[in-house]
Ligand binder design. Structure first.
Ligand SMILES: *Cc1c(COP(=O)(O)O)cnc(C)c1O
Length: 368
């Protein structure tokens, strides 16, 4: 009986390696969670709604108009989704024929592009970024466009932290203009706000941008994201999205978060975290067990360690939870560290120093 039911699963689901979320791997273990790029500080909101017998608006108007003014676009260019993750999936569902069309993504990058395509039975083409600069391999992308409907680019890229060169993005949009959509995932763009691509939406009809309230807005718990694109694309996505994706309490809280005063507070938190990042990178570079610290424009930093395995485990045992990247393409011995509060960052540095003292040969600090 049991075996027969297991045979009912689609082949691609039987073989699927699911997304390994931070909560999957670590649960809520640890008291310093630096593994999911969440905001280390919470913001207090109260849901004011008390009555829930009616379905919500399909696309909550007030929320859309507030986000439209935040990103300086029109309401017709915006779709609200259950996190940016739903946007990733909706695009594949709407544009890609299973077993026929493909998506391109550029590892090391966010894993959900791959996982969503695999669930949908859509082919994936991995075009790795250039090692260590993590910039796009445009030639390689260009020669692999046959059958491709969507190209996912994460900017700033997770987990490497770098920005993608604007010229390359523009170039990519031109190369692909009548052929496929370029989806720029701007989950972390508030940490480098002038680099947003929103101003190019009018010029490039094949541009789609993903946003979220999970990171800079400190609202990962409510699951709210946005897809920004031209009206024609948004209208297609509206045909595919589930009827009532955003619950009343989520809209209520998201609306409060997008009030001018709260946007200002978000921007203050962002600049504080950016300062913490600069501090942390400087400290990391002076620590012996650190082999290399990559440039970051987001609320996390990618670090290559000597003895990465032991370091990951030692910190885990002390309740400091980081994100191991060792098994990812081109990221041998790398760990991604989300920027915490100042005291969390101080503790992290302290533990890394203790580790270095115990385990590393003494000697001068090398160039990092
Ligand atoms: C966190 C993250 C997301 C997911 O955002 P949600 O709105 O929480 O679904 C999407 N893309 C990238 C690159 C992320 O790091």
């Amino acid at each position: 009986m049991k075996n027969k039911i297991l045979k009912l699963f689609r082949n691609n689901i039987q073989n699927l390696i699911p997304y390994q979320s931070a909560r999957h791997i670590g649960g809520m273990h640890g008291n310093i969670l630096l593994n999911a790029n969440e905001s280390p500080l919470s913001v207090c909101f109260k849901s004011k709604k008390k009555i829930f017998n009616r379905y919500p608006e399909c696309q909550p108007n007030h929320l859309i108009s507030l986000y439209a003014s935040y990103v300086n676009l029109s309401c017709e260019q915006i779709l609200v989704t259950r996190g940016a993750d739903e946007g990733i999936e909706l695009l594949i569902k709407s544009f890609c024929e299973p077993k026929k069309d493909a998506i391109i993504y550029c590892p090391p990058t966010y894993d959900m592009y791959k996982v969503s395509a695999k669930i949908a039975g859509v082919e994936i083409k991995e075009i790795p970024t250039i090692k260590n600069t993590w910039q796009l391999d445009l030639c390689n992308i260009k020669s692999n466009l046959i059958g491709v409907k969507l190209i996912y680019i994460c900017n700033p890229n997770n987990p490497t932290g770098n920005l993608i060169l604007l010229n390359d993005l523009i170039n990519l949009l031109s190369i692909t203009s009548n052929q496929c959509l370029v989806v720029v995932d701007e989950a972390y763009i508030e940490f480098s706000p002038t680099d947003t691509m929103t101003r190019y939406l009018s010029e490039y009809p094949n541009l789609v941008i993903l946003r979220t309230l999970s990171k800079s807005f400190a609202l990962a718990g409510i699951r709210c994201g946005f897809t920004l694109a031209n009206q024609e694309i948004i209208n297609i996505l509206k045909k595919v999205i589930s009827p009532y994706p955003i619950s009343v309490p989520v809209t209520d809280i998201a609306v409060q978060a997008l009030k001018e005063k709260n946007i200002q507070l978000m921007q203050n938190r962002v600049s504080m975290l950016n300062n913490h990042r600069i501090w942390l990178i400087k400290k990391l570079k002076s620590i012996q067990c650190v082999e290399k610290v990559f440039i970051s424009q987001a609320n996390y930093v990618l670090v290559k360690f000597f003895m990465f395995k032991e370091i990951f485990k030692t910190l885990w045992n002390k309740g400091i939870i980081l994100r191991n990247q060792h098994d990812k393409k081109n990221l041998e011995k790398c760990i991604r560290i989300s920027i915490g509060t100042h005291s969390e960052n101080v503790l992290l540095i302290k533990e890394l120093k203790i580790f270095s003292k115990k385990n590393m040969f003494s000697g001068g600090v090398s160039e990092k």
